[in-house]
Design a protein around this ligand. Structure first.
Ligand code: UDP
Length: 248
């Protein structure tokens, strides 16, 4: 039975990193397509403003509390989650597990060449990992069926969709029923860029101090518009909570 909390209408799982990994491993081994999304404050805010996107997020089998802002918001509304569960860390745990059991992984997304570079790096890091196929994330609507065919023929069980939000969640929602062998689809943003070495994850000290967002902002100030979603998200959560209390 899932235990979720509601943040601005988005269902977030009340899970630890260890539990999320066990559930994801189970999903890979369960017939039918399961989905995992990893909403951070920017994604939750986008869903708050776009009901259709909110429904898509809420259709997932698991939404991890990615982003420290989501963890703080959960605390503010009185339904804390055990810890932050970053999609990237969950994927790393899952790849380590799949390298031992042999299920295939398909890497879908990022600029041409990045998924292949990620494959090479991942095979070095996770000895025995079966990367069953790759495809870049810049494609036309006409190419979509061809991509699905490639994914199906690869026999991959785990499909990592890295098209950025909300494109990746919408792609998964629209196409998951066409997948024949995949048992778990995950939307994990810029993960392939990090695996390929095109982008860097924040140093451990920033992650430990809950300042990964700050590191990413300093590295890429042109994303200021995207980071503005964070204060907007916190303000909206506080405002909604205040309204709820004054009505109860
Ligand atoms: N991307 C893609 N197709 C698109 C738009 C984006 O494959 O049409 C990729 C982009 O190249 C990058 C990833 O999606 O690899 C999104 O990265 P971003 O850093 O925005 O994601 P985040 O981790 O911040 O959600």
């Amino acid at each position: 039975m899932r235990s979720t909390i509601d943040i601005l209408g988005v269902k977030i799982d009340k899970i630890s990193a260890g539990y999320a990994l066990r559930k994801a491993e189970q999903m890979v081994r369960t017939p039918g397509v399961s989905t995992i999304f990893t909403p951070n404050p920017e994604i939750v805010m986008a869903a708050y403003e776009e009901p259709e996107f909110k429904e898509i997020l809420n259709s997932a089998d698991m939404c991890t509390p990615d982003g420290i802002g989501v963890v703080y918001a959960a605390k503010i509304i009185g339904t804390p989650v055990p810890e932050r569960v970053a999609g990237f860390d969950l994927v790393c745990g899952l790849l380590d597990s799949l390298r031992k059991t042999g299920e295939g992984v398909f890497l879908f997304g990022a600029k041409p060449g990045v998924a292949e570079a990620a494959r090479d790096k991942l095979c070095e890091k996770y000895t025995g990992l079966n990367i069953a196929g790759t495809h870049n994330g810049y494609f036309s609507d006409e190419d979509n069926d061809k991509i699905i065919k490639e994914i199906n023929e690869s026999g991959a069980k785990l499909l990592l969709v890295c098209l950025g939000a909300p494109k990746q969640e919408k792609w998964i929602y629209t196409n998951k029923d066409k997948l024949e062998n995949v048992t778990l689809c995950m939307g994990v943003g810029g993960a392939l860029d990090v695996f390929a070495g095109v982008a860097k994850r924040a140093p451990e000290i920033f992650i430990k101090c809950n300042l990964e967002w700050f590191y990413r902002f300093c590295k890429n100030p042109s994303r200021l518009g995207r980071f503005a979603a964070l204060p907007k998200f916190m303000l909206t959560v506080c405002k909604n909570e205040k309204n709820k209390r004054s009505f109860s």
